[in-house]
Design a protein around this ligand. Structure first.
Ligand code: HEC
Ligand code: HEC
Ligand code: HEC
Ligand code: HEC
Length: 151
């Protein structure tokens, strides 16, 4: 009887480890999407300014305090401040530009499973607004349309 209990506890333990891993969806960078979504990847690399968005802030780094520079990461990189997102150019080079996942969400689980349900397909204007905010739109007189700026 005691043994059964022990086995039961063991199973529960691994079950919970499994669940906690399953919830661990993190950012992987655009490069990870390349092999399976060649067309989107090529278009994005070639035409989207997002593909070089880190370059834009790096060019201005000298004129900024470290704190000001850091404030650029929120929009010019992938997943800054979020779990498994951009940390620094050295530590997370694959996340330094605003990549696929700023619109489609973290891709780790989808990349591993190829399950379309584990990635966001329906990207909305609300998502764009987190970076293309109202203040910016007023200040720069530029408002993107939903299907622009991607692929
Ligand atoms: C190992 C292959 C593979 C990789 C890597 C991969 N995908 Fe996919 N993806 C698929 C397959 C298979 C589908 C489902 C079939 C389809 O719609 O083309 C899919 C579908 C999608 C969809 C549509 C989902 C839907 O509900 O229709 C999006 C968006 C997507 N992938 C984005 C990404 C992004 C972003 C990455 C990189 C982070 C990525 N994929 C990496 C294989 C992959
Ligand atoms: C994580 C922040 C972020 C999100 C979310 C985001 N963008 Fe952007 N977007 C940027 C940045 C940063 C640039 C400027 C890149 C540069 O030139 O350095 C940009 C540039 C653009 C441009 C102009 C340049 C180009 O590539 O054509 C368009 C259009 C655009 N975004 C559309 C969109 C749309 C549509 C959405 C939502 C579906 C969206 N963006 C979501 C950060 C974001
Ligand atoms: C709230 C989001 C956000 C923050 C924070 C942000 N940017 Fe941007 N940036 C954008 C978006 C979106 C664009 C695309 C054009 C637009 O909307 O005006 C852009 C465009 C640019 C461009 C123009 C690139 C081009 O192709 O002309 C430069 C340069 C730039 N940002 C530098 C910076 C720097 C430097 C910082 C930090 C001090 C910063 N940005 C902070 C969202 C942001
Ligand atoms: C600026 C936002 C944005 C970025 C960045 C972006 N996408 Fe998308 N993606 C979209 C939108 C919008 C759709 C259309 C969704 C719909 O049909 O409603 C889409 C659709 C898709 C689809 C579904 C098939 C299709 O073409 O309709 C795939 C696959 C995909 N994206 C992959 C990628 C990959 C890979 C990258 C990076 C190389 C990427 N996306 C970057 C906004 C973005």
């Amino acid at each position: 009887m005691k043994n059964y209990l022990l086995v039961g506890v063991f199973f529960l333990y691994f079950f919970f480890i499994g669940v906690s891993f399953a919830e661990d969806n993190v950012y992987v960078g655009s490069e990870a999407c390349k092999d399976c979504h060649e067309q989107e990847y090529e278009n994005y690399m070639k035409y989207a300014k997002k593909a070089n968005s880190f370059e834009s802030i790096k060019k201005m780094q000298k004129k900024l305090t470290p704190k000001e520079y850091q404030s650029c990461f929120e929009c010019h990189t992938t997943g800054y401040g979020k779990k498994g997102g951009f940390v620094s150019e050295k530590e997370t080079p694959g996340l330094k530009d605003a990549g696929c996942e700023v619109c489609h969400g973290p891709g780790n689980l989808h990349v591993q499973s190829e399950d379309p349900d584990l990635i966001t397909r329906d990207v909305s204007m609300e998502n764009c607004n987190t970076c293309h905010s109202k203040d910016r739109i007023d200040a720069f007189d530029f408002k993107p349309l939903l299907f622009g700026g991607a692929h």
